[in-house]
Design a protein around this ligand. Sequence first.
Ligand SMILES: CC(C)(COP(=O)(O)OP(=O)(O)OC[C@H]1O[C@@H](n2cnc3c(N)ncnc32)[C@H](O)[C@@H]1OP(=O)(O)O)[C@@H](O)C(=O)NCCC(=O)NCCS
Length: 439
Amino acid sequence: MTNDFAKHPVDESSAASIAESGLRYGLVDTSDRESFAAWFQADSRGFHGPIMSKEQVDSSFAGVTYRRTVGVWDETLVVPETPVATTSSWTEQLSVPGGRTIDAWAISSVTVSPTHRRRGIARSLLEGELRSAADMGLPMAMLTVSESTIYGRFGFGPAVFGADLSIDTKRARFVSTERRGRLQPVSPAEFSSEVSQIFERIRILSPGQIKVWPLRWDQIGGLAPGDDDYTKKTRVVRFDDDSGTPRGFVVYRVSGGEGDLTSHTLTVDYLLAESDEAYEALWRFVLEVDLVREVKAELRSVDEPLLWHLIDRRAVTATPIDHLWLRILDIPVSLSARRYSGAARIGFDVSDTLGFAQGSFLLETDDSGVPLVSCVEEFPPDTATVALSVNELSSLYLGGVTTAPLVAAGRIRELTDGAAATIERTFHSPVTPWLSVWF
Ligand SMILES: CC(C)(COP(=O)(O)OP(=O)(O)OC[C@H]1O[C@@H](n2cnc3c(N)ncnc32)[C@H](O)[C@@H]1OP(=O)(O)O)[C@@H](O)C(=O)NCCC(=O)NCCS
């Protein structure tokens, strides 16, 4: 994949509406370290982050400037070079059911300075991002969100959910006592250089995952500058199978224990397993570390096998979170990109206030789940038909969302009896969608 997208000009209509407020909307010259540094400081300020050090700027300058980096500037300010709004976007492979991927426009770093909020800047930016993505022929946009209240109005719907886990180690005993393979401590540098080999072998089998960029692996491993406390505490353990091949890692930190050495908290920052035995061994490891009372793990799958490994599943408290939000831009291309559970004929009457995906679409799948998608005037007889907005179709897309609650909430309207159940059966992904990183 090339990064021609990085130079794609900003959307003219958004530039015009932003210019009406006396502001300028444009691309950041990412070959210029100072321009990037000003943008990066604005991005950090937008998320209430610290003023970034020289080392952090350098590391991000090396790590994320392949992206299309966009700013809005108020040239009347005392510091005109620092943007008052930011976004950063790139073409990313999103895994979809059937062991395939779709190119999607990943949107990140959406910030508007607190001094310029609620004047419509984010609306212009987001609509501009969607028009640019459509212009480049991308069928889908996606983001992970700080708040779930923002993006519905732009046609996004939550499609991948996560769970933050808190586990009481005293109650977490395993059903099986069998131990296989070998665990060993390794350095964060080893993690960072080896993890992507394992991740790349399983990425496309797990709908919802994206191709993780090298700086993110460094950040997970505590190698990126900026968070000394995280870096000092990060530990990594690797699982090798009986033939000595690495099959998984856990990255973790231990904290607390003040006043009572037995009451530490172990935080799992990343756990990746290529095989069932690696998965079990790595979880068993973190749950059996001495002097630890609680194990925490954020952004895990909502369908963790861990609960089925434990005798007492109430040892685990899971707090759900909506994580990846999708926004279909091109329905025929998006629906054709994945595979389905079997033969069906489904009609979608789709509304889209921004117009990208409005219309009537027929999805026909054969016995092997291979799709044929067309735009139609009328649905043929025997079509399971629903009316819904692009938000709901985007939520359903990866096959991790059931339809009955959407019907009950009035978000999907069945135009033929039982159509929602047909969609659920046809779209269902045998692997629960999971995205293991923020972007
Ligand atoms: C979220 C943020 C980008 C919004 O920027 P903004 O320029 O104030 O937003 P706009 O004025 O363009 O608002 C656009 C619409 O979104 C709504 N909106 C904006 N922020 C919202 C929020 N936090 N929650 C709910 N609705 C919000 C506005 O009411 C407006 O609605 P409408 O056009 O349908 O009437 C900005 O507040 C911000 O930088 N927040 C902190 C960083 C962050 O959370 N970014 C999102 C990362 S995923």
